[in-house]
Design a protein. Structure first.
Length: 496
């Protein structure tokens, strides 16, 4: 009976041993070292699990992709395995045939795309599908995830439904983008495509939204961005973009009779006069001769109140042209060859004001012409320093202009103490409006214009350091010792 019991115990022991891990015992004989690299780029792979069959020691590669099984390899043949999630498992055979033998191997692994899942379908968050009455600057937002934590790139497919113009914006790394300068009264369709660079692209559903009609605000101004001017409009609460930065546009003027907007624009390397609808659409080049003179940002033009004609300067000449771009004629030329920089037209059409200056912007005069270009009078001359501005009041009896009373004249055309003056034709007097409105020291007031009822003056003010931000202020002539900030980061205002 004892013999039978011993025999059964022996069988159980053998069964237990045969079911245990096939581990090679014995004295340590050899060392296995190696490295793991990504096949395509030879980039080291960290945290790769290295095991052997028969089993010895399990190790993981370090940050340089290296591993070592030190003194744990007895004599014999082994299969060495390298495995890492997302990569194809690799095997290599090695043999330990000598005492303390050192064997070195290199694994080159490839990604196992079959183990990689595609991104989720992008979810469009904002604006809601079929949204209406949006501004013409719309932020698009979406969400998307990747099960394998792969880095995702997105592509926006954006279509103007009115023109069928389709734009694709690839390589987006964030989940939002702002589309600016959109056409008023237009419906757009947008869709997001997600890519993990491994699986096929994943497309979202398509959403639509509609931009509201142009609200046609009364204030127009210029804001500078990326080195170019663009025109914006505001009611002092909301701001909308009229022209884009793709073309530099400045000096906006609205005409209520024509229901159009005019501005200067760089065209084929030259400055020209343009008009458009109030939303910036249906742009038309008006001037045949380029608008030229001393510094394009110092040039201006004037629009007759009834919307029928423009006047604009080109070096020493003043031209008149119909508002449809026909009938351009020269009406004045300076006697001394000086350039014409600014011009203004009285509401009754009887008087034209111009500023002239030499090639450096100085030796300025303000001359009053009749509508045919005949000189009526010179109201300012023999002064030093920059002169600019020009705007008639509603009655045509007062004229705004600016003058740098510091008299500074240099190659930079730097103005140190530029002030706003009102010239009264009836009394032949000049009033310093900046002085009575308590202009801060070290600032300049430029580009003034009357409000439509001539009770206020709207203008640009900035530091005289030539690099600070420009802002638009208002002075109420009934309370002219106060100046109010109305638009920040803005210049060249027009108020109709």
């Amino acid at each position: 009976m004892k013999s039978i019991y011993f025999f059964i115990l022996t069988l159980l022991s053998l069964a237990f041993v045969s079911c245990s891990e096939d581990t090679v015992d014995g004295n340590a004989k050899g060392t296995l070292t190696g490295s793991v690299r990504l096949e395509a780029s030879n980039e080291p792979l960290a945290n790769v699990k290295i095991t052997t069959t028969p089993a010895t020691t399990t190790v993981f590669t370090d940050e340089k992709g290296n591993f070592e099984i030190l003194g744990s390899m007895p004599m014999g043949d082994f299969s060495v395995r390298a495995e890492l999630k997302g990569y194809v498992t690799e095997y290599q055979a090695v043999s330990i045939i000598e005492y303390e033998q050192k064997v070195q191997i290199v694994f080159e692994m490839v990604t196992d795309e079959s183990l990689n899942s595609p991104p989720t379908v992008p979810t469009l968050i904002a604006p809601n599908n079929l949204s209406t009455n949006l501004t013409n600057n719309v932020e698009l937002e979406w969400d998307c995830t990747d099960p394998d934590k792969d880095t995702l790139m997105y592509k926006l497919i954006f279509t103007n439904n009115r023109t069928n113009n389709r734009v694709e914006i690839p390589n987006l790394k964030t989940k939002k983008i702002t589309m600016t300068d959109l056409d008023f009264g237009t419906t757009y369709t947008w869709q997001i495509v997600a890519s993990d660079s491994i699986n096929d692209d994943v497309y979202s559903e398509a959403f639509q939204f509609t931009v509201r009609q142009n609200p046609e605000y009364r204030y127009h101004f210029v804001r500078k961005g990326l080195g170019s001017y663009n025109i914006m409009a505001t009611n002092l609460t909301e701001f909308i973009t009229i022209t884009s930065l793709s073309s530099s546009t400045w000096r906006p003027r609205k005409n209520n009779t024509a229901n159009k907007l005019a501005y200067l624009q760089t065209y084929s390397g030259q400055t020209h006069l343009f008009t458009s609808d109030l939303d910036g659409q249906n742009e038309v080049k008006i001037s045949q001769t380029p608008v030229n003179g001393f510094r394009s940002d110092q040039l201006s033009y004037a629009w007759k109140l009834d919307g029928s004609e423009f006047i604009f300067p080109s070096f020493d000449k003043l031209y008149k042209i119909n508002s449809n771009g026909t009938g351009q004629t020269q009406i004045y030329q300076t006697a001394d060859g000086h350039f014409i920089s600014k011009c203004a037209w009285s509401n009754d059409g009887s008087k034209i004001a111009i500023t002239t200056n030499n090639i450096n912007g100085y030796q300025a005069k303000i001359i009053i012409l009749d509508t045919n270009g005949n000189v009526l009078q010179t109201i300012l001359q023999n002064v030093t320093g920059a002169v600019g501005g020009l705007d008639f009041d509603a009655t045509g009896t007062k004229l705004l202009y600016t003058h740098d009373i510091s008299g500074n004249e240099d190659w930079q055309y730097r103005q140190l103490d530029t002030r706003i003056f009102v010239y009264d034709f009836n009394s032949n007097t000049h009033k310093d409006i900046s002085f009575v409105s308590l202009k801060p020291m070290g600032t300049i007031d430029i580009d003034p214009m009357f409000s439509p009822n001539s009770s206020e003056i709207i203008f640009t003010s900035t530091s005289n350091d030539m690099i600070s931000q420009k802002n638009i202020y208002k002075i109420n002539l009934n309370d002219d010792d106060v100046r109010d900030l109305i638009i920040s980061n803005a210049e060249m205002v027009d108020f109709k």
